[in-house]
Ligand binder design. Sequence first.
Ligand SMILES: Cc1cc2nc3c(=O)[nH]c(=O)nc-3n(C[C@H](O)[C@H](O)[C@H](O)COP(=O)(O)O)c2cc1C
Length: 215
Amino acid sequence: MTERARPADAEALDRVIRARRSARRFSSEAVSRDAVADVVEAGRQAPYAGLSNRGTTDFRRFFAIARGSAVHALLRERIRAVVGEKADAFAAAQADPDPRAAGMLAAMRGIAEKGPPPWDAAWLLVVAERRGFPPREGQALAHALENMWLEATALGLGLQLVSAVEDLSDDDAACAALGLRTGEFLLGACLLGPSADLPRESARTEPELRLTWFA
Ligand SMILES: Cc1cc2nc3c(=O)[nH]c(=O)nc-3n(C[C@H](O)[C@H](O)[C@H](O)COP(=O)(O)O)c2cc1C
């Protein structure tokens, strides 16, 4: 069988896709604003729900929040409060507790008691996508964050998603700190900085490949 020739771009992109991993610990090194701007630009390039945003150009906003800043501290504190409220509401709504939710509920209670795990990366990047009808902003945010993740990987930087920030989308104090009208945007976030962990070289085993062809 002849070798299939693959364009150099496909080879390079595959290397980045395979190298992308969740950073779990960050070094204390600084990250330049230029590098942050590259990562943000990759997020800006990601697709958006065109019909929902017709006639507007400001439907995606980025916030680069430095470690140690007041906004950084405020968002952490609001996550602690909001995740606690959500855990209580979730537990109260379950007449018959679902054992599959037990692990997540315990993690939420941990955040409510102790706050979220340390955000030790140089930057917390929050992305806000204006909510539309039908709601597609979650999908749009996922595209933006994935583009940012691939760009960060290509730059040799670590990135960790901080999905709990989505729970601040309807929080007055968090939205006010970002200069947003409460509830107008859905929020997503990640930490960005040099990873303190060695790159994982193992092949990705999960999820297993389940591809169904109808050809
Ligand atoms: C919707 C979604 C939310 C996630 N939230 C978090 C999070 O809050 N914190 C975190 O460390 N990782 C989070 N992750 C990352 C996953 O845990 C991670 O991608 C998975 O364990 C596979 O590891 P890898 O990214 O190194 O391949 C999230 C991933 C997705 C898709």
